[in-house]
Design a protein around this ligand. Structure first.
Ligand code: ZN
Ligand code: ZN
Length: 620
């Protein structure tokens, strides 16, 4: 329980590696500068400092225009706005007729069906009394009657005569392209206090300066004059005379709310004459992209036009847009009607847009969301120093300083140094192969560390000759067994894994290690081996160097000193952490032969502080 409590009182922080490099430093600041520039550009471009409110709007339209048309069978007729646009098409849209088929004086009666809708017949048997389907003009009477000289069709009971004309081409009302429409569009942005409480003077000021409120109603409420400010597409600076004269033009008069229908259709990349024959639908889009900040204030409509229905009339089954209506009259007690099939263009006004206004909260959120971009610099630089693009030595140096690998206790890594290889090997302890044969996980550069240098200096001080007199066990009563032969030479080649011919048999796989990778002389045959590792005076110096007041009374101390000395010499500080340096079998055998245990039992070596603290080796 106290452990848990202690954990609560802890704080973990990351360890940083500071690389002092002009190259990396300037690269970091350049990258950060580029990122900052990008963030600032995106902030201004996307207006990330603004909060937005969608537009709320209402649309009214008024079409104007008169056309004289020549209707077949009727003659010249003048159509005004009531005739061509009288039928309301619903909210936010208006309709203009462009083509018409008129069928006059229809009366209730029986007449032959028109061929494409009713099947041809020969006798009355081909017709079914009371039959009608969705294409029929009426209900069949069961009689087969003459339609014209050639054909007979089933008789139907309906309004006669049945409408039977092709749509006129060119369109009868093609001159409708000169009609005009005035679109009134009022918008508001409720989220932005666009209804404000300000003084009467401010209201007047706003009007004259064209500042945020452009059209203003003044409502006196309880001594406070409220200005309801809203925008509309008829700008306040436009006078009545301006409106009467103007026609929208995207280049010369983009804010005039009066549009010529022909211009609308051509702006939608369509031909009015072609479209007038079958009719169609055109979208008028009004986009309000408003900036309500005082400095950058702008709130102007932008008009775009496009065709909404299928353009290719031969590719679609029911092209264009048409509907029918009738005018009824009674002639001498009999009801008659005139049927109109009207083709025309429906214009849908679509309003969308938003208003933006500076918001400190949005700005903070934006800045917060961009901070993570700076991590890209770290990712890039870490990648760079980890690749060979950067200097190889620096990479090794950085990764050793930056990454500290800690192994699980179960996994044992061993460090091996061969005399015929200038790098240290780290291998994983294998249960199947001898240590000699185990493949290297990684290679490490041997460092000229201070400890080895120190030892070398001490050797040079002593000199190999000075050490020799001590070897007869005269110093500190060392129990050195002089009877033991100096070198226990095993049978050459007796160990399959041995390359030097000097190795002693070893019981476990991880003890089966030679001093060489390939065949050749043994490291124990080198003069420095006997001077550095076996000379008792050197070993004593090394022991006293570590523990100045040590008492030397047993041979095991020197044997362990020799092991440590070997590790200092061959591995130094270069051994990677978590890897345990291993002394080759031949060297172990040679040291034991020099400083044998009286009872022939070898305990684990006591390691000295000069070797890595976690180091252990297999020499028992
Ligand atoms: Zn060997
Ligand atoms: Zn050897």
């Amino acid at each position: 329980m106290p452990c848990v409590l202690l954990n609560l009182c802890e704080y973990d922080t990351q360890k940083l590696v500071k690389i002092k490099s002009v190259k990396l430093g300037s690269l970091k600041w350049t990258l950060n500068g580029v990122i900052l520039m990008f963030i600032c550009i995106m902030l201004l471009w996307n207006k990330g400092y603004q909060e937005y409110d969608p537009v709320v709007s209402s649309v009214t339209t008024k079409v104007k225009g008169v056309a004289k048309i020549n209707i077949p069978d009727i003659g010249e007729v003048v159509w005004d706005v009531v005739d061509h646009s009288g039928i309301s098409q619903g909210k936010n849209s208006f309709f203009v007729a462009t083509n018409v088929i008129v069928t006059q004086n229809q009366k209730q009666g029986n007449c032959p069906e028109v061929p494409p809708y009713g099947k041809l017949c020969r006798t009355d048997k081909d017709c079914e009394k009371g039959f009608s389907d969705q294409y029929s003009h009426g209900v069949q009477t069961g009689a087969c009657v003459k339609f014209d000289v050639m054909k007979k069709t089933c008789e139907v009971s309906t309004w006669c005569p049945i409408e039977n004309k092709k749509r006129p081409r060119p369109a009868l009302l093609a001159s409708a392209e000169n009609f005009t429409v005035m679109i009134k569009n009022n918008i508001r942005f409720p989220a932005f206090n666009y209804i404000r409480l300000i003084s009467l003077q401010t209201c007047a000021y706003s009007v004259s300066q064209k500042a945020p409120c452009l059209a203003i109603f003044i409502i006196p409420t309880n001594h406070i004059h409220s200005c309801i400010c809203f925008r509309r597409n008829i700008l306040p600076e436009m006078k009545d005379t301006d409106l009467k004269g103007c026609i929208y033009n995207p280049y010369t008069n983009p804010y005039c709310p009066i549009f010529r229908l022909g211009d609308i259709v051509s702006e939608a990349k369509e031909n009015f004459e072609d479209m007038a024959v079958e009719g169609g639908a055109i979208g008028i889009q009004i986009n309000w992209d408003c900036d309500l900040n005082r400095i950058f204030h702008s709130c102007l409509p932008k008009y775009t036009f496009r065709r909404l229905d299928e353009k290719e009339s031969n590719k679609t089954l029911y092209p264009g847009f048409n509907f029918r209506f009738a005018r009824y009259s009674t002639v001498s007690g009999v009801e008659q009607r005139t049927l109109f099939k009207i083709y025309g263009i429906r214009f849908d006004v679509m309003v969308f847009g938003k208003a933006g206004k500076f918001s400190i909260i949005q700005l903070i959120i934006y800045i917060g969301s961009t901070l993570s971009y700076y991590a890209l610099t770290t990712v890039f630089l870490d990648w760079l120093i980890g690749t060979s693009c950067y200097s190889k030595e620096a990479k090794q140096n950085y990764s050793e300083r930056k990454f500290e690998s800690v192994q699980d206790r179960e996994e044992c890594f061993l460090c091996v140094s061969f005399v015929d290889e200038d790098k240290l090997r780290v291998v994983k302890k294998s249960r199947k192969k001898t240590l000699q044969q185990t493949k290297a996980l990684s290679l490490h550069q041997r460092k000229n560390d201070l400890a080895s240098m120190r030892t070398l200096i001490s050797v040079m001080h002593c000199g190999p000759s000075r050490g020799l007199p001590v070897q007869n066990g005269q110093s500190g009563g060392l129990s050195r067994n002089t009877d033991t032969p100096l070198l226990e030479k095993p049978q050459s080649g007796s160990q399959a894994w041995c390359q030097c011919g000097c190795c002693v048999p070893a019981a476990t796989l991880h003890e089966q290690l030679c001093c060489r990778l390939g065949k050749g002389r043994c490291i124990t045959s080198s003069p420095i081996f006997s001077t550095l590792i076996l000379n008792p005076s050197v070993l004593e110096t090394a022991l006293f160097y570590v523990d100045p007041l040590a008492e030397l009374h047993e041979g095991a101390q020197l044997r362990h000193g020799a092991y440590s000395q070997f590790i200092r010499w061959r591995f130094g500080d270069s051994t990677p952490r978590d890897a345990v340096p291993v002394i080759p079998s031949c060297c172990v055998g040679r040291i034991r032969a020099e400083y044998p245990s009286p009872d022939d039992k070898y305990s684990g070596p006591r390691l000295h502080q000069t070797t890595p603290p976690q180091a252990e080796f297999n020499a028992q």
